[in-house]
Design a protein around this ligand. Sequence first.
Ligand code: PLP
Length: 370
Amino acid sequence: MLKVEVDLQRIKDNCLNLQQKTTARIMAVVKADAYGHGLEETALCLAAAGVEHFGAGSVQEALCLRKVLPRVRIYSLLGPVEPEDYKSLSPFKIIPCIHSQEQFRQLRTVAAESGEPLPVALKLETGMNRLGFRPQDLPGLMDLWARSPGLELDMLASHLCMADVSGGEAQVRRQLQVFMDCSRFFRERGCIFQMSLANSAALLAYPETHLDIVRPGISLYGDNPFAGTHLENRGKCLGQAMQVSAPVLAVHELKKGQGVSYGLCFTAPKDMRIAVIGCGYADYYSRRLSNIGWMFYQGSRLPVLGRVCMQLSVVDATHLSGLVPGEQVWVLGGLGPGMVSAREMAGWLGTISYEVFCLLGQNPRTYRNG
Ligand SMILES: *Cc1c(COP(=O)(O)O)cnc(C)c1O
């Protein structure tokens, strides 16, 4: 029974604050349903804030975006995977990011059949060792390009793997160097294109990586990649847009020595009042939060007691007489000191804020300030 509230003004403000930090254009990364914030709603609010480039995940997501934003530039970051994906690109003006010669060959056929030039973005492998053309692949790719008149080079892109890690400076610099070498290769062969390397962390910490287009994702949604580090100030302009609440279903006594929930793995050290909350792992409130998570109610932190169940959790409400059935508690967010940040919850879970947003964002959403 979790309810997600997304504050669209926050996303807009985050975007405007990020734009202040760079002269590059912003490609708003809205993959994975805008990190759980809702693809269409998020993209519409960002378009209203002046964003003209969007990075969707799959081609399917790009198509959903095209329905609500007929004029912006839409990239599919994952590129075409299924045969149908290739057919949708041209008619809906979706620019694929591609990483293989096989994709290139298929796109060449698509462009030849449609008779229209097809822009493509190339993913370059600069040091993450995931997807992309490696520097040594480029001469072969260039030969193929010479025989593919329908394809236009729109953008060179690569992804940084350590921009948000302390001690990652050397890796960022190495990747930038490889990226610049690759781009020189294309430029010397007469190509004209845009360049894009920076994610949120690089946008905040590495201006030299901004180039033509920056690609913030997590920072748009308000997580500061440098929270708790000496670079914290760089992201202090960001505010979390997602809040998640759950209903109080019952409040009762737990006598000293009594246990609670499956396995009775919490035992009351003294007489307590506990509140049973309507949320559990079926709502993507992870069972790993058992005995370690916290909820938030009117300025107070409520520790999760015992096991998180499928639809229920239990918290300590000993000092909160106002916490009665019908009230809502925050499992994420809340107002003022003590609010639960995605980053903090991620710490309890041994994951990152990205996963917290993606999972909790699966619950029904409502929007504010749209
Ligand atoms: C997800 C993604 C981003 C955004 O990264 P953040 O760390 O969320 O800013 C940028 N570029 C690509 C290719 C991505 O897949």
